[in-house]
Design a protein around this ligand. Sequence first.
Ligand code: CU
Length: 190
Amino acid sequence: MLTPHDHALRRALTVAAAVGAGVTALVGCGSSHPATGSSFPTGSATIGSLHITGAYVPLNASPSVAAAYFTVTDDGAADTLLSVTSPISRSIGLHRTVDHGSTGEMLPVVSLPVSQSAALRLAPGGYHVMLMSPATMKVGQTVALTLHFAHAGAVTVQTPVVPLTAGDDDTSTMTMASSSASGGSMTGMS
Ligand SMILES: [Cu+2]
């Protein structure tokens, strides 16, 4: 069954797959690691044993889509990120960027696990939150992202909008992004 929501997502995915890495870069899937050497503002929040840090949204280059990134660590029982909601967009999904060498594509993921032994990292080139047709954003504003966890419940992270290139280290290739993500949450997911 296809809802208008599905159509929008399908269209975005098709465009991304057709144009490859170019579009992927437009939506913020360049190479960066917010945890290392970041000089832009990020958001954080805690609920129960879950700590959300390094949350940011690169200013979208296309009005049709934006991405959000953050890290979740857990010092208690394992949990699962089920979904993200926000006033900025009525259609928000969890995605994974898959590296095909010179091109990349995005695949929806149903949920993302987090535990004490495996932090959940959303970063360019890997997992990300995809905000479809978001309201107009400006650098410096914050976007309220509400993360819904299976056990801990919902927590809202005030997430700064940063310049599109803030997370990039000017060698923005999919290969770089993939290799930096491979030591973390990508393990065992391919
Ligand atoms: Cu995506």
